[in-house]
Design a protein around this ligand. Sequence first.
Ligand SMILES: [Zn+2]
Ligand SMILES: [Zn+2]
Length: 150
Amino acid sequence: MENNYWRKCSTCKKEINFNAIYQKCSVSTCRKNVYCSVTCWDVHNPIMNHKSSWAEEERAPSKEQAANEREPRRIIVSAPKSSTQGSSNDFPLDTLIVASKLKNYIKERHDMNTSANVMDKLSDLVRELSDQAVLRARQDGRKTLMDRDF
Ligand SMILES: [Zn+2]
Ligand SMILES: [Zn+2]
């Protein structure tokens, strides 16, 4: 792909050459668009319904600069992949039970005390049941765990 121009004007599709002066919209969501002239920039303004905007004069990169710009972006994209791999295995083994509420329930309903390690045991059971339910949700092709999976 041997381009002899940098990009095309978003309005008139005229080619904007390397090192050429071009116009850019001041609105941040619009910055991917480039315009060959202020006139072409003016055309998009009523379409996008900007409240306050202006054209910014910029200089297009040279052919070499444009080619170099593409390389670092790939490195940035691939970076987060490796960092998420480790975190999937060391999941938290927190207590999932609200101790005060459970103790209160056992006391009120059965007039019985609850020992502290019951919370750990129940947390393990909740994790087990959740893991099994997740398998059912996966078989269903879902990304959301639902009450009917239990
Ligand atoms: Zn144009
Ligand atoms: Zn704009």
